[in-house]
Write a protein that binds this ligand. Structure first.
Ligand code: ZN
Ligand code: ZN
Length: 575
């Protein structure tokens, strides 16, 4: 059992309890644990580090016992009991935006609706509007919601898919032993696309049949869809389809290139090849007339070299100008994770984080950072225990004490101040001026009209006190669309104010997304990458922000936190 699977079980428990009208706090407790287990999945490699799981916030004795049961038996009797009490398709209805547990129960009890297809039929037949508290508008929203749900359903966030793929590869390495030689993730996960459908692995093997045997017998397998000597496909218990292909070492590069995609990129590549009278496939490059094999490509860069192109990094393979840049010799020198010197967005237990000032500092040092900005929430964000001025000053003292003991590291005294509905910031100017890093973000009133929301954010930037505009569009991948905003005007305002815009690296967010971050760069706006960690174990999630930055063509100079602490503070006008 991986952490992802355990998290999924607890999320199911929460949903089922919710549908049965269980106490809100009890439901939320399960959900919080699921979130915490899921977001730590990449640090607690892998399958079951039981002690580490027990240390996760929210894991009390009852849940710890359930984790033990899951790890030992792969099942949870409690979940099975709950499942027996509601129709199997019912929990899924909760994923339709706007449908809470009360409404779903009403739909079930009064209209006998037990799954999404029945829900759709009832909405179309205008049966739902007669239920108390619902109307014609509800029906429209349900139909829209079903459409969105279906569009998203097949794809998982990169933050779930990538650690899962890495764990699965490791499991296969263990199971196959020396029979497996080389294995790589291909497909959209390799391109670090923000969501991933199926997982694709490409491998070479001393004994392909043994590797395939090990693959289809991994404990994560729930269904074997295809089992052959060179290709097998499984569905895992976490709901992923995983494809494994094994090729001879001499054509590994061709298959890796082919399987990495994107489709649009590969179409362009084949066109370029055609113009030279050759044809490119997953097996290599052949003469278009004679069909003779010209190249097998052990390394995928050989494919590009054959067309006189430099090797194009996977994150750029979207047919968004990478071929032109490759031909002109202007491919970017993409940002690398190792070039990040610090993190500009993190929370402590002063607001809604789980760890202390010192714990966050120590964890950031362990990652090799020179600095970490502590950016707790501001007063008006009650739900996140926003800091009064008094508590902000108290935290500042604690930060000073911590820094006094450091030589090569410092905690930066920051805030994630709310951008209020009227565009004002949530602390007085004289307080903001004392802070090292002011991240400003929208956390409320997401439903504002486009112009109003744009004015709100522009006004905040025009104040001159914002260093970083936090998660600039407010989206949550697969869960919440970005708010309506004129990003062009926002970026212009950021440029005017010499403020950076954030790539929030938290896997739910990845906000700005790649194309918008690239637009920011092209406008001359600097980017800041922040993990938005609420726990020490979230700090490594910053890597997802680096992936987005790479997909946005960003080079180290485009990113604020590749600077040393001194340079950073100078750039922010604090020294
Ligand atoms: Zn925030
Ligand atoms: Zn935050």
């Amino acid at each position: 059992m991986t952490n992802l699977e355990i998290a999924r079980v607890f999320r199911q428990v929460a949903e089922l309890l919710e549908l049965q009208g269980e106490d809100h706090f009890r439901v939320e407790a399960y959900r919080r644990v699921a979130n915490n287990i899921e977001t730590t999945s990449e640090n607690l490699l892998y399958f079951h580090d039981r002690d580490a799981l027990r240390r996760i916030p929210g894991v009390g004795e009852g849940i710890a016992a359930k984790i033990d049961e899951l790890i030992e038996t792969g099942r949870l009797r409690y979940l099975e009991e709950l499942q027996a009490q509601v129709p199997p398709g019912l929990p899924q209805l909760l994923e339709i935006p706007g449908l809470g547990p009360k409404k779903v129960r009403a739909l079930w009890e009064q209209l006998g609706i037990t799954n999404i297809d029945e829900l759709e039929a009832a909405a179309k037949a205008q049966k739902i509007r007669h239920l108390p508290g619902m109307g014609a508008k509800t029906e429209q929203n349900i139909l829209k919601g079903i459409e969105r749900f279906r569009a998203h359903q097949e794809r998982m966030r990169l933050g779930d898919a990538l650690p899962y793929a890495e764990q699965l590869m490791e499991a296969l390495r263990q199971a196959a032993g020396a029979a497996l030689e080389r294995i790589e993730i291909a497909g959209s996960a390799r391109r670090r696309l923000e969501t991933v459908g199926d997982l694709d692995f490409v491998a070479t093997a001393a004994d392909p049949e043994r590797v395939m045997e090990a693959f289809v017998h991994l404990p994560q397998v729930s269904e074997v869809r295809l089992h052959g000597p060179t290709r097998s496909t499984i569905t895992t218990t976490a709901g992923f389809n995983v494809d494994l292909r094994i090729v001879p070492a001499e054509s590994f590069g061709s298959l890796l290139q082919h399987s990495t995609g994107s489709k649009a990129h590969n179409i362009r590549l084949r066109e370029l090849a055609q113009r030279r009278g050759v044809s490119i496939s997953e097996y290599g490059i052949t003469d278009a007339d004679s069909g003779d094999r010209l190249l097998a490509a052990a390394d995928e860069c050989e494919v590009y070299a054959f067309l006189d192109l430099p090797c194009i990094p996977p994150e750029l393979r979207e047919d968004r100008g990478e071929f032109e840049a490759a031909a002109n010799g202007t491919l970017p020198h993409l940002l690398e994770l190792e070039q990040i010197r610090g993190d500009l967005h993190a929370h402590t237990s002063y607001s809604d984080g789980a760890c202390s000032v010192a714990e966050m500092g120590d964890a950031a040092q362990a990652l090799g950072y020179q600095y970490l900005a502590l950016t707790d929430h501001s007063p008006s964000l009650d739900v996140a225990h926003g800091l009064s001025v008094e508590r902000l000053l108290q935290r500042a003292e604690e930060i000073d004490d911590y820094n006094a003991g450091q030589k090569r590291f410092r905690l930066l005294n920051g805030t994630e101040t709310d951008i209020r509905a009227d565009g004002s910031l949530d602390y007085p100017e004289e307080i903001l001026e004392q802070l090292d890093v002011v991240v400003a973000s929208v956390h409320t009133r997401f439903g504002m009209k486009r112009e109003e929301m744009t004015d709100r954010i522009v006004k905040a930037l025009d104040s001159g006190h914002v260093d970083v505009l936090g998660h600039p569009t407010g989206r949550l991948i697969n869960r919440r669309d970005p708010y309506e905003v004129d990003l062009g005007r926002v970026l212009e305002a950021a440029k005017r104010a010499d403020a950076a815009v954030e790539i929030n690296a938290f896997p739910d967010r990845l906000d700005l997304r790649d194309v918008d971050a690239r637009a920011a760069k092209e406008l001359g706006v600097r980017l800041a990458i922040g993990s938005d960690a609420h726990h020490t174990q979230h700090l490594p999630l910053l890597r997802y922000g680096v992936y987005t930055a790479r997909r946005a063509w960003l080079e180290p100079d485009d990113v604020l936190n590749t600077r040393s602490a001194d340079e950073l503070l100078r750039l922010l006008g604090k020294q």
